[in-house]
Design a protein around this ligand. Sequence first.
Ligand code: SOE
Length: 388
Amino acid sequence: MATKEMNVAIIGYKFMGKAHSQAWRDAPAFFDPGIKPALKLACGRHEDQLKAFADRWGWEETTTDWRKAVARDDIDVIDISAPTYLHHDISVAAAEAGKHIFCEKPMALDYQQARAMYEAAKVSGVTHYLNHNYRRCPAVALAKQMIQDGKLGRIFHWRGAYLQSWIIDPNFPLTWHLKKETAGSGPHHDLNSHSVDLARYLVGEINAVSALTANFIAERPVPDEADVTTFGGAVEATEMGKVTVEDAAFMLVEFENGALGSFEASRFATGRKNYNYFEIYGERGALVFDLERMNELQYYSCDDPTDSQGFRTILVTEPEHPYLSAWWPPGHIIGYQHEFVHAVVDFLAAVEKGAEIRPNFYDGMKAMQVLEAGLESARAGAKVEVAG
Ligand code: SOE
């Protein structure tokens, strides 16, 4: 049971604020972290929505100034659930104040910011985690174990696609996700960042990229930001504003180990809701994962007798599967939110042991390097090497 309590301050109270709050609240109920997280302080810009959020999730106090959270001696962990453009300033300030950092992806607006965040965290010695939550989906963690156990042998291909369709309506507003100065880029930062992290985790480092981007809707209604959430619907507005990020980004890559990979990120994949999908092909077998069927992992093994070879479905709900022993009996499945609980559990363990957790700010910096090479390639119309 928990031997120590740590006070958490969360910055941001919309989609990720909700996902993180349930994780801080539920982690001690289903697992036995050595540190019990206290939901101490919630930070956000709009006081009325912030107080409603704090009341719903049990955050003890609220402030509209995140710098106050970073400055408080009684705050141990800063949870960054705010939009991308705030990640750098909050992370650097939190590291300099000696706070452990649990930061949402994508890491930053660009590689330069990501590098500064990593350097500040490294110098300060705090635990720093970048929430690419999908590594902690049990089926993905099982895929990692199978690859490490040699089940696929030498890997030839990664085929990844992260497809959504929440902004196809031209009346969807010009939110922060659709402006370069607040998001860095569109689905490339938002979704290819997840796929690049998974590819680095499961296949290896990426040496070179060739990318294409497209924009399908150039102007959108300018909303009142207070009324907008990710995946929210169309709004009535009089003023129109320019979209300054891509709507889709496709990328081909060369991995350090010689494998070839493809990445598709789009918010215009009609009918795809949160289709984070990958295939990995090796000399001994293949794996296929689909987040919309996140309790399953497709596996093909060359070791199966020829007359019965084929892709089989592993239902990843057994107690011996990663994280599952803490949840329900076999077949009772888990969901999107459970990955965030797993991340909190592993983060608290890292803080308690003074150990590192992955993905951390180093991983985020490496991913930003790949993403930025992709944008450069799309601009230049040429293959771009990822700096070492
Ligand atoms: C929107 O694309 C989004 O909220 C991403 O930002 C998250 O990382 C993903 O988990 C769900 O979709």
